[in-house]
Design a protein around this ligand. Sequence first.
Ligand SMILES: [Zn+2]
Length: 474
Amino acid sequence: MRTPHRFALLGALVGSLALSTGPASAAIGGSGVGDPYYPDDGNSGYRVSHYDVRVGYDPARTRYLDGDTTVTAKATEDLDRFSLDLKGFTVASVDIDGAPAKSFSRSGEHKLDITPGRRLAKGKKFTVRVRYAGKPVGGAWNTMKDGGAYVSGEPHSSRDWYPSNDHPSNKATFQLTATVPDGWTAIGSGLPGKTTTGESADGKATKTFRWREDSPVATYLTAFAVDKFTVHHSKLKDGTPVIHAYSPGTEAASQKWEGLLPDILDFFSSKFGPYPFSSAGGIVVSGGDGDGPGALETQTRPTYDGSMFDMSMTHEDAHQWFGDSVTVADWRNGCLNECFAQYASQLWEEHKGADIDGYFYHDTVEEQKNNPEYWGVKLYDPGKGRELDPALYDKGSLMIHALRRTVGDKAFFATLKQWTHDHRGSNATWPQFEKLAQKVSGKDLTGFFNAWVHSTKIPEKKYLYPGSLAKLTK
Ligand SMILES: [Zn+2]
């Protein structure tokens, strides 16, 4: 989709000017990539392949971020103008391929509209460098009591700290260079680069930290945290680097769980296919003031607010397969993230010896069977504002277990492995998952999915207690 109403007037204006001065009509990249719930998120007309984000942050000045971000992109249509998402900040300059943009301006809640010096032809690769600074105003920006800060926000958060094509459908590789006062540490996604020392404009010692994530990452899953972190380095059996960072006061409660991570990733690899990334770990922050979730599956290194423990780790680590590596094409597909991540914690419990048919599945159904609200949200396309509804976690994880009992373990886990393999590093939709589950199992699952995913009522008995679950109703 392109050129929604917000641009219609400007488009007409630019178009009429263009008639008398140059090209026959202006080619304007649209605001929004077509997400039915967030029509203004992301932009059309180009695809980003890489972000090089450079930021400076001083915890003595908590409401100020200095940014210098270069976006590498390719025009997917002729562009006389295009937009990036950036909320707040003062933009000092915009360069296209090293030359100043003809003009740039702000519009809507989070748009930076850019007119390059000359038309970017369809297929052209280009870079946009944006220098900006000021107060982070987005809800994903969290300041901690001691001045530390971190970013955590879903369904969108990158606009709160760097200019981006802020929609999960445009995944890109990511590089972070963060300069902070000496004594502070900046943590990002992926592998660390060289840490160097320097001096700020007012003569204070600084440290610059570098992070690189070479697997494509959705913008809302890029990590950034600054604190007086205690950092632990370890390795998985195959040599994959593991980095855990703890805000002051969080280390004691969390680090006893840190040793679980290799077992969790090993177990999930045996069920979901190979771990999709080249590093792992976690960031435990303390008491942010933003409106982000308590934990978020930031790529390679989930961000936990307060502490991490087995159930939060299994949930966020399962997201590395379901959400991070295989990412929603749009926000109708939240079940691809939360139904699986929530169920993964049950798989872990089962692995530890729990009877999940009983205490998890049967007990929950018994408890909720007379509660219509529990069943009242569709798992696919639940509606705007419900893309992360609790139903996706609760009813969603029951649905995944019922699916497993319907098709049997062999077909179920083969489906999951095929899924993470087919869509690794890419985007997918829930209807694609339904198709794959049918194909791998060889069963007609239309009735099952209609009852569980596309209905707002409790599934009828044959779908509620399929396969070996039937004995629980006796
Ligand atoms: Zn989740």
